[in-house]
Every structure is written in C-alpha cells, then in structure tokens.
Unconditional design. Structure first.
Length: 337
C-alpha cells in the first residue's frame, strides 16, 4: 500500500496532494448546482452532482502544478490549450462544425502549465481542486486495485488523519508551481535573447543552519487535543542585511543594524496583505542571527538591490501569496515600497 502513494525526497506538505474525506456541502448564493466544501480550512467549490458528503477524494492544494500527462488523459486542459487533451481531435471537430458549446463541455480549466490556482465561482473562492480515484486510474491502470479506505487512519480520539503524498508509483504527480522564466529580446536589434533570471543571483554560500520548515496548522489540527496546552507565537523567517534601510514612524529612515544594536523601540512600516494598506507595526524584539541561511541578492528592474536570506518570504501580489526567496526564479513581481 505504502509503495503507491509516497513522498519524494523534495516533498513539501504545503505543495502536496492529500487523501481527504468530504465534509458538509454548503449552499452557494445564486447557484443550484454549485456547493462549497471546506478542506483543510480552505474553501473549495464543487458540483453537487459529482461530490457528496463522506466521499473519499484526493485534494490538490493551491499554487501547485499537476502532472501534465495526467491532465491530458483526463481532458482537463482549458479550451485555449485543448490541443494538449487526448480528445483534442473530437473537440476541434465540434468547433469546426459550429458546436462550440458542446466542445466546451469536453475540456477542463487548467492552463498549459497545469497550475492549480484560486478562482471564484458565483463569488465563492475555490482554493485547490478535488479529484476522484477514477481520474488516476485513467492515468495509471494499476491504480484500479487501490482502495482509498486503506489509507484512512484515525488518532486515539477519533480524529481523521489526512494522508499526504506527491508521488504515485514512483512518478511525480504534484509539485510547487513556479512560473517559467520569460525570454525577452535585448536592445539594438541584435536578435539575442536576454534571460531575465540573471537579475537574481546567489550572493554568499557556505554552511549554515536553517530553520525547520513549519507545516500549515489547518493540515495538522488532528494532532491537537482539547487538553493540550498550546503556545502560539508569530512565525518569523529569515533576515535582511544589517545595512538595509527601513522606514520608522518615529525617526524616519534608519539602518536596521542601528535599530538592533541600540535596541531602539519604534514602529516600522509594513504592508497588510488582507487590507492592502500600509501599516505601522511595533518591534517585538531585537536580536542578531549569525547563521540564518544562505544570502541572496535580488536586483530590481530599477537597479536597486535587496540582500536577504533564502528562507525569508516575500509577497507576490500577482499570486496573492508569500514565497521564499530561495524558491524565486527571477521573473516575479515583488511588492516593494
């Protein structure tokens, strides 16, 4: 059993697939067929005719990339990428005969990269996608003998324990979605291509101690019990170079090294991603991390540079998420004041 759905060496729970049990289906305003279900704390929109409470399904998390062959066999690519689907000839024939509405029913909604992203249906956010075992059998016939009930376990208190994986029969099924590097023509009409990823270079390498990765709370609620005593604190990642200038409410622009060395208490300008506004936040503590990971230098299009550790997350407005610096590829648009 454990040799079918497995974790690769680079497995990350945040970008994995999970065998889950569907809970309550909630009504969505102005929709008769669509329902909302909560999976790992995230809203997912489903069709009431395809999903019912108690179903065992496979949940693929937001901002992941699914195996392209899997999507092709299941005809899950969108109309704009219909040539990638196994039924592309049938779909094209319908279009050629003026039956585009019928053709749309035979395709999915994934782009050519196989990205799982947040969409809104009838105003309801859908984070991730739920798939049936039948979809996987089309991709790998040996899975026809699989019973998802075999992967269901409960803790001592009867809490359902989700089963996470990223590999099926030694083939990578799901991974973190990383936008591909765009190639742009350089000036002067030479026809040469310039790799924009060159703007993102590793600066310092060496042996450092890294923070342990912390998995999402929603996916691990089953580990907590009513009698447990829990200490909750703000999760802080990474460092910036000590000469980095930050904007303070009380003293204006200051070098962060000076604030730390002199233990200056002040408010630093930050960004609230929920309200999309600038805010002033107080400093919780002053400390120096000597070994906090590899250092990177990010060069912005205007020539400015930011020296920062790889385990530090940065906000990407276009994706509406944080991403670690060491997971960037150099093409992202970062939020910078």
């Amino acid at each position: 059993m454990n040799n079918i759905f497995t974790k690769s060496e680079k497995f990350k729970q945040e970008y994995s697939a999970t065998i889950v049990k569907v809970g309550e289906l909630k009504d969505i305003e102005n929709s008769d067929n669509l329902k909302q279900v909560i999976i790992d704390g995230f809203s997912v929109v489903v069709n009431k005719n395809d999903v019912k409470e108690g179903d065992l399904m496979i949940y693929c998390k937001n901002e992941t990339q699914l195996n392209l062959q899997f999507l092709s066999i299941n005809n899950m690519f969108e109309m704009g990428a219909r040539e990638l689907n196994s039924n592309s000839a049938e779909v094209q024939s319908l279009i050629d005969n003026g039956k585009e509405d019928e053709a749309k029913k035979l395709v999915g909604y994934f782009n050519k990269n196989g990205r799982v992203k947040m969409i809104r249906l009838r105003g309801c956010p859908s984070m991730g996608v739920l798939l049936r075992l039948e979809n996987f059998v089309k991709w790998d016939i040996t899975l026809s003998n699989v019973n998802l009930n075999d992967y269901i376990t409960y803790d001592d208190n009867g809490n359902f324990i989700p089963f996470d994986f990223d590999t099926i029969n030694d083939v990578l099924f799901i991974k973190a979605y990383v936008p591909k590097t765009n190639q742009v023509r350089s000036g002067g009409g030479t026809g040469k291509k310039k790799d924009k990823s060159k703007k993102f270079d590793r600066m310092i390498e060496g042996e450092f101690e890294f923070h342990y990765d912390t998995n999402q709370l929603n996916s691990n609620m089953w580990k907590l019990h009513p009698e447990d005593v829990v200490d909750i604190s703000v999760k802080v990642h990474g460092c910036v170079e000590r000469n980095t200038i930050v904007n303070t409410m009380e003293y204006g622009d200051m070098i962060i090294g000076k604030i730390v060395d002199e233990k200056i208490n002040c408010h630093i300008k930050a960004y609230d991603v929920e309200t999309n506004t600038n805010v002033w936040v107080p400093i919780d503590n002053h400390y120096l991390m000597k070994n906090d990971g590899e250092w990177y230098e990010i060069e912005l299009e205007d020539g400015r540079t930011i020296t920062i550790t790889g385990n530090n997350p940065v906000w990407i407005p276009e994706l509406n998420l944080y991403r670690r610096v060491d997971e960037l590829n150099g093409t992202e648009c970062l939020l910078v004041d």
